[in-house]
Design a protein around this ligand. Structure first.
Ligand SMILES: [Zn+2]
Length: 469
């Protein structure tokens, strides 16, 4: 049996790992898009380290694009079997992949337009189209949390709530072997956080022989939530009331946006939210919020109780959801203070780019960064304090204030990841592979795990293969 790391190796996007069983049966964990601009990964998304037609089964941990974003291409290039995930992930992935296809198509269109202007051939093709995305959705099979699902004789899978985003799961395979104890191989997916609004706490994984574990926030510690709500109120007051400016919050359309909206909804119900118009400018966020409402099985106790008094935890009077492009453009001419929540979270594309373009040079405004930004993204440059950035080929000065609130992160910090893994037997667990992290954080996390008594912690590079026995 062999595991090969085909993505998210010493980096945080492009999650993809391939397990080959003794008889050659191949199982793919995730099939994510690489989202940064690192030249080293320029060809990553269009090329495979395996033949998609050879894969026998795929399990998807959650609907973030860096975990599912290459599925339409995988199917287009020959993958014909099932994609197993939770029902909520299936529905969210439908929203995410159709949006992703739109971005791929428009990127190719604009690239070709630029080429034509320079007299070069227009050869850019989208990674996949809307039609490819729709086709791939036929392969998805939604299953429930917490029950063993039969894949083939001697092979089953269990998905457990990982508390990271709506529908997210850790994946454990049970592999029966003749004359031996079954082998348990786990993939953490992305590890969430306890006590989050909306989501359940991460559920512990089964006892494991091998673990593929994320490591995004190795060596880091987040702020705690109560502080966060007060910090958010302070930023709103300073930006919108004292300075009369606009508060731009780049946020993932799925998860972060609903968390923010729900927090604002609560503050509004408590009479603490200043009267400022709030815009959620992202058609995908609107669609994703509808998916949330269809899957109450993913809600935690707290939001269920909250909904007894307020049946719609994602809507309040001063809030407007914006789908149409012309309405989004109208926001460019909006006078006075406002809160604009828009995607993408890492500022790699989407409507937030237009809002940044229009507002980043005005010191009255604030950009509030509420999530992780992969290196080489515009978000990472703004986050690290660059004073000059480029948008639409134009150099802009960053004069708006930049605030960071990492506690909105959907990823557990180091103590939370250690707590999540604490129930695993150190004796049974033979080896841990750290993925989905930058190398400096992975090394920190490795020494933390080492101190906790875990053995043989590997940090694979892209393409590395390991024999498992
Ligand atoms: Zn994720």
């Amino acid at each position: 049996m062999e595991i090969r790391f085909c993505g998210a190796a010493r980096t945080v996007t492009g999650s993809c790992h391939l397990l080959t069983l003794d008889d050659g049966y191949k199982i793919l964990f995730d099939c994510g898009l690489y989202q940064g601009r690192d030249e080293e990964f320029e060809d990553f998304n269009a090329n495979w380290m395996f033949d998609p037609g050879d894969i026998d089964c795929m399990v998807l941990s959650h609907a973030h694009i860096d975990h599912c974003g290459r599925i339409p291409r995988l199917v287009k290039d020959g993958y014909k079997r099932e994609i197993i995930c939770t029902s909520a992930t299936r529905d969210l992935a439908a929203v995410m992949l159709i949006d992703s296809a739109k971005i791929q198509e428009s990127d190719a269109y604009y690239q070709n337009r630029r080429s034509k202007k320079k007299g070069l051939p227009a050869s850019a093709k989208p990674l996949y189209t809307n039609e490819d995305a729709c086709d791939s959705l036929q392969s998805f099979v939604g299953i429930s949390y917490g029950a063993w699902h039969f894949i083939r004789p001697g092979l089953s899978v269990i998905l457990k709530d990982s508390g990271h985003i709506f529908g997210s799961a850790s994946v454990t395979l049970r592999i029966e072997r003749q004359g031996e104890e079954p082998l348990y191989l786990g993939f953490s997916g992305d590890i969430g956080r306890p006590d989050r609004p909306i989501l359940k706490d991460p559920q512990p994984m089964e006892e494991l022989d091998y673990l593929i574990c994320e490591s995004t926030y190795g060596g880091e510690r987040h702020n705690q939530l109560p502080q966060d709500v007060e910090d958010l109120l302070t930023v709103i007051r300073e930006t919108c009331i004292e300075n009369g400016g606009k508060l731009l919050i780049p946020a993932f359309s799925v998860g972060r946006t609903q968390e923010l909206v729900h927090t604002l909804d609560k503050l509004e119900n408590e009479g603490r939210l200043p009267q400022v118009p709030v815009y959620v400018d992202s058609p995908m966020a609107v669609n994703a919020t509808e998916v949330f409402r269809l899957h109450p099985e993913c809600f935690d106790r707290e939001i269920m109780d909250y909904m007894l008094d307020d049946p719609n935890p994602f809507r309040f009077n001063d809030l407007k959801y914006i789908r149409r492009t012309d309405e989004s453009k109208e926001l460019n001419y909006l006078q006075g203070p406002a809160i604009i929540i828009s995607a993408s979270g890492m500022m790699t594309g989407g409507r937030i780019i237009h809002h940044l373009y229009n507002h980043i040079e005005d010191p009255k405004n604030t950009i509030l960064i509420v999530g992780f930004c992969a290196p080489h993204t515009l978000g990472a440059r703004i986050r690290r304090g660059d004073k000059k950035i480029r948008i639409f080929g134009q150099e802009l000065r960053v004069r708006a204030k930049v605030k960071i609130m990492d506690s909105y992160s959907a990823h557990g910090d180091e103590p939370e990841m250690l707590e999540y893994l604490s129930s695993l037997s150190r004796d049974k667990l033979k080896r841990i592979f750290l993925v989905h992290g930058n190398i400096d954080r992975q090394e920190k996390f490795r020494s933390a795990l080492d101190k906790e008594g875990f053995q043989d912690i590997q940090i694979p590079e892209l393409g590395d293969k390991y024999e498992l026995d």
